[in-house]
Design a protein around this ligand. Structure first.
Ligand code: RBF
Ligand code: MG
Length: 384
């Protein structure tokens, strides 16, 4: 893992990219583009997703509109949600007095518009540099050098956090330390020029860079804003039980594509409600499962209880309340299984902590249909 250069001056300043790093620009596709295309009798070609990654939302919208010949303006595509961990990171840097700049290829006015709907963001930045304020856009280092200058510091004191390759290239060209948070999964190798590649902002460890650590981790877990999904348990053919010996009640991510796209892949935990049985502790994986090289994102909850029988057809409701780790690749099946069991032990113990235990009584777990977040997902139970 990269650390500040020995003998070099310590990192004291942070420079953040906006689109794809702090804001979930990619959700434009699932939230707006896809439904829009379907309504217009067209379908979204996911092979085109990569074309959008290095674009600002406006550029992305314009590109899709052009590609598909759609008669719409880009104005309505502007209300974009923060990525997981963005609010937490910004708050952390601010409350610890770490000067932080925002550097985005978008025009300055566009940046201001986008961050204005997020409380506390604007005040958290000591400098904001837009693409129209410098000569050459990323991958040129101009924008980051300008951000450092406006913070009255040198490049080697700066840590850049970026989701795109041009952004990483720009940061390195500026002589800065760079953490990559790639927006596109499984592209980690392309980011080898970065000093560190993390899966999401939740995985940033400021202390590795000599910056104040987060203090919200608790017994190996991170409390998150809870989210809820549900669906009927149906019989499936998953590898969960056959290969791993771990009976997971899989939920196809397509059923919750908007919710799942808001949450990065990784291992989470929470409470599971089964309509006729009760509430159980649960640990789950969301993601691409590198060991199995899945082509689709899956949602696989493991209920931490020995049921001794199957319960197909029952409604399964999940309250996802905490995060454990990013998904990982493992050298052997045994090491994957051992790690999943450890996740189970961590979740089991953590769920007794008041911060997590309080959600056990969430009405959603008993009656999902009365709650706004309910999705008509199908669950697949891989029984032992
Ligand atoms: N598969 C991986 O390839 N990497 C992981 O880090 C990983 N973590 C998991 C954590 C939990 C709690 C569970 C239940 C499963 C995990 N899996 C992981 C396995 C994956 O979700 C799934 O069971 C397999 O892909 C077989 O379908
Ligand atoms: Mg970006």
């Amino acid at each position: 893992m990269a650390a500040p250069r020995p003998g070099g001056r310590p990192i004291s300043h942070v420079i953040l990219d906006l689109d794809g790093t702090l804001l979930n620009t990619d959700s434009i596709v699932s939230r707006v583009v896809e439904p829009f295309l379907v309504k217009n009798g067209k379908s979204w070609d996911s092979k085109k997703a990569h074309k959008l990654v290095e674009k600002t939302p406006y550029e992305a919208a314009a590109l899709v509109i052009e590609d598909y010949g759609l008669p719409y303006s880009t104005e309505e595509w502007c209300n974009i949600k923060p990525l997981p961990g963005a609010n937490r990171l910004i708050k952390h840097l601010r409350s610890n007095g770490v000067p932080t700049a925002l550097a985005s290829n978008s025009p300055r006015s566009n940046i201001e518009a986008k961050i204005s709907s997020h409380e506390g963001w604007k005040e958290s930045f000591s400098a904001i540099v837009g693409g129209d304020e410098i000569e050459k856009a990323k991958p040129s280092p101009d924008i980051f050098l300008e951000a450092a200058k406006r913070m009255n510091t040198g490049p080697s004191n700066c840590l850049v956090i970026e989701d795109s390759l041009p952004g990483v290239t720009a940061g390195k060209a500026a002589g800065m330390h760079v953490i990559a948070v790639p927006s596109i999964p499984k592209k980690t190798a392309e980011f080898s020029s970065a000093d560190e590649v993390v899966n999401s902002l939740l995985d940033v460890r400021p202390e590795k860079w000599g910056l104040p650590p987060f203090d919200d981790w608790i017994e190996g877990t991170l409390p998150i804003e809870p989210w809820f999904i549900s669906g009927p348990v149906i019989k499936g053919f998953g590898r969960g039980s056959k290969v791993l010996g771990i009976p997971t009640a899989n939920l196809p991510a397509e059923s919750f594509s908007d919710l799942v796209s808001e949450h990065t892949s990784g291992v989470y935990f929470g409470w599971a409600g089964l309509s006729t049985r009760g509430i159980y502790k649960m640990v789950m994986s969301i993601g691409w499962n590198p060991y199995f090289d899945n082509t689709e994102k899956t949602v696989e909850p493991w209920l931490l209880n020995d049921f001794g029988e199957d319960f197909y057809g029952e409604e399964l409701c999940l309250a996802i309340v905490g995060y454990i780790r990013p998904e990982a690749n493992f050298p052997s099946l045994e090491s994957l299984i051992e790690r999943i069991h450890e996740d189970g032990r961590i979740a089991e113990k953590a769920l007794d902590l008041p911060v997590y235990a309080k959600y056990k009584d969430s009405p959603y777990l008993r009656n999902p249909l009365q709650q706004a977040n309910s999705a008509n997902g199908q669950a697949e139970l891989n029984s032992k």
